[in-house]
Design a protein around this ligand. Structure first.
Ligand code: SF4
Ligand code: SF4
Length: 221
């Protein structure tokens, strides 16, 4: 008895395989489809190009871009007060630090070491979101190269970037945060409360932070 090749035997899952569309002669030889594909490729060669000759040509990302997180250096000193919020918010636990105090400095607290493991960082930007000091922000750096795992742990020497170089991102954050919370709290630079003592000295007020916010609310009404 001759074998009926129209009825597949191996594919028992698809019961209706006998109802599959029959291919025409041209479809079975594939040539028209191959030429259609080549024609499509040829047409794309004359379309506008969006690729760059990296690294000769470098991409300058817009301020909304989230590159590697960096610490803001303000007048030769890190803004960070080592509160630990960024480390707490970081989903892959990429941040570690040790806080210390200097009573001679108006900022009072600073990190003796601050490290970000860039092999863990997922560029989520949560550290930037939670930082009360605008001390850690997402930069434009996107090409990180390491030859050893230890090199991927960035310490303060690699993390600190002058605030002038981060102006675009800081301006963007000011606008972005104000859009979200502006009616409640004006995210201007002077609102970065580097220390309660410093704030009191500057604004000559003995109000607590909560009382200050209440006062701002009343003034806004
Ligand atoms: S960007 Fe996200 S993953 Fe990277 S250090 Fe900040 S919180 Fe952690
Ligand atoms: S949240 Fe900001 S101030 Fe607090 S430890 Fe992180 S970088 Fe420093």
């Amino acid at each position: 008895m001759s074998e009926n090749l129209e009825i597949p035997r191996a594919n028992s899952i698809y019961k209706k395989s006998t109802e599959e569309r029959k291919l025409s002669f041209l479809e079975r030889i594939y040539l028209p489809e191959i030429f259609r594909g080549l024609w499509f490729t040829l047409k794309q060669m004359f379309q506008p190009k969006f690729t760059m000759q990296y690294p000769e040509t470098r991409f300058d990302p817009p301020p909304i871009f989230r590159g590697r997180p960096v610490l803001v250096e303000d007048n030769g000193q890190e803004r960070c007060v080592a509160c630990g919020l960024c480390a707490r918010a970081c989903p892959p636990l990429a941040i570690s630090m040790q806080a210390s105090e200097n009573s001679d400095d108006p900022k009072e607290r600073y990190p003796t070491f601050f490290e970000i493991n860039m092999l863990r960082c997922i560029y989520c930007g949560y550290c930037e979101e939670v930082c009360p000091e605008e001390a850690i922000v997402m930069s434009k750096d996107y090409d990180l190269v390491f030859s050893e795992r230890e090199e991927a742990v960035y310490d303060k020497t690699k993390l600190l970037v002058r605030k002038e170089e981060l102006k675009e991102r800081l301006d963007y954050l000011r606008e972005y945060k104000n859009r979200q919370f502006g009616s409640f709290w004006n995210f201007d630079e002077e609102n970065n409360i580097h220390s309660v003592r410093n704030r009191d000295k500057r604004w000559e007020t003995s109000l607590s932070l909560v009382e200050m916010i209440e006062q701002q609310r009343k003034e806004a009404k």
